[in-house]
Design a protein. Structure first.
Ligand code: NAD
Length: 482
């Protein structure tokens, strides 16, 4: 197969189409999302029908026959050129991401840059055959073969990075992929697939935008072999139930309510900015970030005062304005949910020492909020806010705080902050989460598997484990004589 690796030219970001079989396709009906920073309508995007899905699946299945037989080297070359092309268009992707998602331009540019890195690093991971036994007349080999057609269902918080992670995982391992963006953020994902036309044969990378009916069309489809889903726990359960009908393979990356435990020996001034950023980046709309902050009672008052002072320095506004840290929350539904949760502060007689209010005069803005020592049973502790609302609690007993940290049904990430590495290791070893950090939170890498324990997910993405999630294990028994 010849792959053209020279096509890094500019992409047009004015009009948006589905990408089916390397063709730009329109649909009879269109829709649009709105810019959450100013409530203005974004461009029209397709509303995919069942017939479009059937066509895309057929093209993906046809493409799989050849693509699955290409070598890792061929797929690496195509993906590498694709990464270069995304990088060449990074500015437009970042602006479009700010327009559709609301995150500040510098955070959008970081996300696009991460997507490029994720491709470049993941295609360097080797998937080896494993010789289980070899003797004179017999060789037993475990190998990893592609599954077929993957459906990549993407949420609205990190549409570029999360879609790209799924595309590279699927395509590098020899599968074909159909991306389904969130209806709130379809724009960058449609353009990522449009750019892919230049590097992959028809049917290998496709993208369908639609309304709420589209996700189930993919999870129900008998022609799709694997669903990689990132989103909420509630939807993840529906996805798994739907996939069970055809026994599709599923990876579920779901919600979290991560604890961070701050010990009494830390350097408060050095830790405050790290904790502040890890709790509020992307207006706290990240699955894996500090959502329950436990601070040792000996330093609680000083820590709280300095955290409030730090968060006050972070600017709130339209993400296109310079130096903004807090953009709007992404959509009306999320805004209303957050407003409702803010209502629980008064209803439950909690104390907001910062924020607690909203501003929807021009977009979906929530003032960064800190709740001072709410009880464990309060809604702000028990629920994932997915908005800049942070509960901070006092602790004194190590066993007790670990029990509280592990008490919920979620288990995505967790962290311990201390100078004492023995203590850190002892505490980290008891945390129930897919990622555990010492003296940081939300470190991620394309080399490192990422996923949740308990109801935060099933399976992992990224790293070798993530790539293997797009493969079936196959055991080959080779008898050397008949
Ligand atoms: P969501 O579950 O509402 O939607 C996610 C995606 O699923 C969207 O593309 C949506 O259109 C689609 N969808 C909705 N109903 C569907 C159905 N019945 N069948 C198939 N697809 C369906 O989630 P969201 O509001 O977009 O994202 C926020 C949530 O995602 C938060 O809970 C957050 O913690 C979680 N999240 C998790 C990770 C992770 O990697 N663990 C990453 C980002 C976000």
């Amino acid at each position: 197969m010849t792959v053209d690796t020279t096509k890094s030219g500019p992409l047009d970001f004015a009009t948006y189409h589905n990408v089916i079989n390397n063709e730009l396709r329109s649909t009879a009906t269109t829709r649009h999302s709105i810019n959450p920073a100013n409530s203005k309508p974004n461009p029209e995007v397709p509303v995919t029908t069942q017939e479009d899905v059937d066509q895309a699946v057929k093209c993906a299945r046809d493409a799989f026959k050849k693509w699955s037989k290409t070598s890792f080297a061929e797929r690496r070359a195509a993906l590498s050129a694709y990464a270069d092309a995304i990088e060449a268009n990074a500015d437009r992707f970042a602006k479009t991401l700010t327009m559709e998602q609301g995150k500040p331009l510098n955070q959008a540019a970081t996300e696009v840059g991460m997507a490029v890195t994720w491709i470049r690093v993941m295609i360097d991971i080797e998937i080896k055959e494993n010789v289980i036994e070899e003797k004179d007349d017999l060789k037993i080999v475990q190998r990893h073969v592609p599954m077929g057609v993957a459906g990549a269902i993407v949420p609205w918080n990190f549409p570029v990075l999360l879609a790209t992670g799924k595309v590279v995982g699927a395509v590098y391992t020899g599968n074909t992929v159909i991306v389904k963006p969130s209806p709130f953020t379809p724009y960058c994902d449609l353009k990522l697939a449009e750019l892919a036309i230049r590097f992959f044969p028809p049917g290998v990378v496709q993208c369908l935008s639609g309304d709420d009916s589209l996700g189930p069309m993919l999870t129900e489809h008998p022609g799709i072999d694997k669903i990689s889903f990132t989103g909420s726990i509630a939807t993840g359960k529906r996805v798994m139930a739907s996939c069970a009908k055809t026994l599709k393979r599923v990876t579920l990356e779901l919600g979290g309510n991560d604890p961070a435990i701050i010990c009494d020996d830390i350097d408060i001034d050095a830790v405050i900015p790290k904790v502040g950023i890890s709790a509020y980046l992307c207006s706290a709309q990240i699955c894996m970030m500090i959502k329950r902050l436990y601070v040792h009672e000996k330093i609680y008052d000083e820590f709280l005062g300095k955290l409030i002072a730090f968060v006050k320095t972070l600017k709130i506004g339209d993400g296109t304005e310079p130096d903004v840290f807090f953009g709007p929350v992404q959509n009306k539904m999320q805004f209303e949910k957050a407003k409702e949760l803010l209502g629980s502060i008064t209803a439950e007689k909690l104390k907001a020492v910062l924020g607690g209010s909203t501003d929807d005069s021009h977009g979906y803005f929530i003032h960064p909020t800190i709740i001072d020592n709410p009880p464990e049973s309060s809604r702000v502790v028990q629920e994932e806010p997915f908005a800049p609302i942070l509960p901070i609690m006092k602790w004194s007993d190590e066993d007790d705080v670990l029990e509280k940290a592990n008490a919920l049904e979620t288990g995505l990430g967790a962290s311990v902050w201390t100078k004492d590495l023995d203590r850190a290791t002892r505490m980290a070893n008891q945390l129930q989460a897919g990622s555990v950090w010492v003296n940081s939170h939300f470190d991620i890498s394309p080399k490192a598997p990422f996923g949740g324990h308990k109801q935060s997910g099933i399976g992992m993405e990224w790293g070798l484990t993530g790539l293997l999630g797009y493969c079936n294990s196959q055991t080959l028994w080779l008898r050397k004589s008949s």
